[in-house]
Ligand binder design. Sequence first.
Ligand code: SF4
Ligand code: SF4
Ligand code: SF4
Length: 151
Amino acid sequence: MPAVEEIQEFLPNLDCGRCGLTCAEFAGFLLTRELAPEDCPVLHEPDYAGFIEALHELLGQPTVQAAAGMQIDLEKCIGCGICVAMCEFHLGNCADARLGKGPRPQDKVIFHIVNGGAVVVHQERCTRLLQAAEKCSKCAEYCPTKAIVLF
Ligand code: SF4
Ligand code: SF4
Ligand code: SF4
């Protein structure tokens, strides 16, 4: 796992606050995968071309995302985003998701697509954990490659 300082080498280090954080704080959230390089709007500017890809390379991609109740096999995941769009929690909490779009970076999410794969960032929000009696399984049902296993 890279150090925060290594990640900061590929951030603008402007502390502009557009992400709601400082660049150092943003780097910390990249390490925990609660944010993705794409969540920094400044990195999308031409001056920073290639930085997002460099950050993904630095951070690497786990082969399996595991957490209590859910496992995503990134060998099978094709990054289609159907699970993100169909998730019951996202539909209830993200206005754009109810319009058929993906959640925005600032929305509350359980998982999002990072570098072509679904990455769980807030498993604790999953309806399966909140309402054990009526367990949801929409993400696994709609996944076209059966990459999501719920247990
Ligand atoms: S938006 Fe980007 S440049 Fe601005 S503070 Fe956040 S990480 Fe730094
Ligand atoms: S089980 Fe339901 S609430 Fe949990 S991640 Fe899947 S679709 Fe979302
Ligand atoms: S629906 Fe399945 S293949 Fe598509 S992003 Fe989600 S886990 Fe990956």
